[in-house]
Design a protein around this ligand. Structure first.
Ligand SMILES: Nc1ncnc2c1ncn2[C@@H]1O[C@H](COP(=O)(O)OP(=O)(O)O)[C@@H](O)[C@H]1O
Ligand SMILES: N[C@@H](CCOP(=O)(O)O)C(=O)O
Length: 314
């Protein structure tokens, strides 16, 4: 039996919830924005890497995070006295690396869901999430679930401070549009985490808490006006935006032209812009194509919330 598992792009850090708020997105035109991992039986364990961004990854497959997922998954099976046969994995790397779209999370989630499906679900949702977090931490240098959780479960996810349950689903604004503009340059997550201050002032802590609490309240009441009118990131954006050429100018333009909120997706360089209607989203997407992209690898997609998360493709 062969399974193909797709895992979607995500905005991990939805601006106002550093490391604690993430949302999965999908282009409204049906483009598969995410990675696909295929799994089938084999004589020995093997990983092939194909796809548009395969050449941006380490040339040795054993350095790929998908291989690390395979090793980790087999270790967990061994620890639980579960027998397993070798597999052939194929990663279709559709996502640009170091993009702020949760690229490594897409590979991690697709790989672990594929493995769990192939071996007939030996691990539950929480165990898989823990493995996903472990793999993401290995790549970015510190544990954060705000990409892997929405990528796996779909929708808008709030990370919880308890170890038992890692994340909970918030009601998302599913009738809104989220423009994702990837300029085609690379910003490493680890490097973008290293530029952040070690501590913040009391005023910043209060503003952060108030903004996040107001957003969560607005989600439950589906009050988009309240949710997006105070969409100010005090933790990361001020210290990261210099890594994104043209970010300030783009933000200013988009907000003046009807965008409800603009932020850095993940650690950048992707910018996201929330819009109330499709026409505004399409117009602003055209502007971003002409003004925000820096190389031919860049792209802009008008997206909506992806409420499905990782899934087996037909
Ligand atoms: N399957 C994979 N997908 C993405 N990155 C991978 C993968 N395997 C290994 N890597 C390495 O992990 C690092 C990911 O960088 P990072 O900035 O965290 O990317 P992103 O923010 O897009 O997830 C890169 O050095 C990349 O070469
Ligand atoms: N919360 C993390 C999210 C990183 O997302 P990525 O898509 O850039 O990997 C952070 O902001 O550091």
């Amino acid at each position: 039996m062969k399974y193909n598992v797709f895992a979607p792009a995500s905005i991990g850090n939805l601006s106002i919830g550093f490391d604690v708020l993430g949302m999965a997105v999908q282009p409204i035109d049906g483009t598969l924005l995410g990675d696909v991992v295929s799994i089938e039986s084999a004589e020995t364990n093997h990983l092939s890497i194909v796809g548009d961004f395969a050449d941006k990854l380490p040339s040795d497959p054993q350095q790929n995070i998908v291989w690390h997922c395979l090793v980790l998954f087999h270790q967990y099976m061994q620890t639980n006295d579960l027998a397993f046969e070798p597999v052939k994995l194929t990663l279709d790397k559709k996502m640009p690396v170091g993009s702020g779209l949760g690229s490594s999370a897409c590979s991690v989630v697709a790989a672990l869901v594929a493995l769990n499906t192939f071996y007939q679900a030996p691990f539950d949702e929480q165990q898989l999430l823990k493995m996903m977090g472990e793999m993401e931490a290995q790549i970015s240098g510190s544990l954060h679930y705000d990409n892997v959780a929405p990528c796996y479960l779909g929708g808008l996810q709030l990370m919880l401070p308890q170890t038992q349950k890692v994340t909970t689903t918030l009601p998302s604004f599913n009738d809104h549009y989220y423009i994702m503009a990837y300029p085609g340059i690379e910003v490493s997550t680890k490097a973008a985490r290293d530029v952040l201050p070690d501590s913040y002032t009391r005023a910043q802590a209060i503003e952060y808490g108030q903004t996040l609490a107001s957003f969560v309240d607005a989600c439950y009441r589906q009050d988009a006006q309240q949710a997006f009118s105070t969409f100010e990131d005090v933790i990361a954006e001020p210290y990261r935006k210099h890594l994104l050429p043209g970010f300030d100018e783009a933000r200013q333009y988009l907000l003046a032209q009807g965008g409800l909120a603009v932020g850095i997706s993940g650690s950048g360089p992707t910018l996201f812009c929330v819009c109330e209607n499709e026409q505004t989203a399409n117009e602003l997407a055209c502007w971003l194509k002409e003004n925000y992209l820096k190389t031919s690898l860049g792209f802009v997609h008008v997206c909506e919330a992806d409420t499905h998360g990782a899934r087996i493709l037909d």
